[in-house]
Design a protein around this ligand. Sequence first.
Ligand SMILES: [Zn+2]
Length: 291
Amino acid sequence: MKFFYTLLFLTIPLWSLSHYHVVDEAITYQNKPYRAIRSFEKEKILHHLIVNEMTLETHIIQQRIQKIDSNPATPYQKLLDKYTQPPYLLQNYGVVSIESDKIYITTDLCPSSQKGYEREFYQKLIKHYPNPVEITLFISGKWIDKHPQAFQELKKWEDQKRLSITWGNHTHTHPYHPKAPLANNFLLSKGVDIEKELLGVEKKLIEQGVTPSIFFRFPGLVQNEKAIKTLKRLGLIAVGSNAWLAKGEKIQKGSIILLHGNKNEPQGIEKANILFQSKLYTIGSLLDIVQ
Ligand SMILES: [Zn+2]
């Protein structure tokens, strides 16, 4: 019985993707400046993942792209430059808050052996806040593989406009070694192909009909110069946090709040449930970073 149950909820790709490559082309699309950051074949037809240089919204398009001269002063390029500057901190590099009165909820979906996910937390957000509720999911490929039903439910809430999900990248396999020092752990572990980790989960999301954003969270919030430069080459922006609730950090105006949606950190979810029920906060989208 269990075998059939599992079969029912397998994440079967909607499409087969091939030739998934990193590109960097300034283009116009619907008379607006965009950047093509990936090219791939879906059902043997050439597609691109493109970023709006002004708003950071991403789309997948099928038509031939129209190249233009790149502009170093677009909000997207300025952010890419700003968030790949030294000093290359070992932990919590990148955007940790946004200049605004809102708060920004991010939930990490690292691979986990836990059954299920923090379903009630997402349901409470939907119940207490105007829909669709803005949320960023930093998702890993391995979590999707192990939790197909949860993944489909989150997608369903997005389709029903209960959640407005920014699909953030949290690597494909999320390497982690409990005893290794940080400098040799997570993405910095021996033998890890950083580019492969970053592209693997994107490809999986697109195969599932989801458009990846340009936001990325380093596993363990751990990185080095090489990893940050890879991120820049791939056109992604690192998002850290100044309010990791399970670690006792407090929410401030503009905080990017870090929670785990995979049941690995229930103490953070408990705190969030109490805080969010008070409805003291307005929840924003990470795209506010360009406002
Ligand atoms: Zn993680």
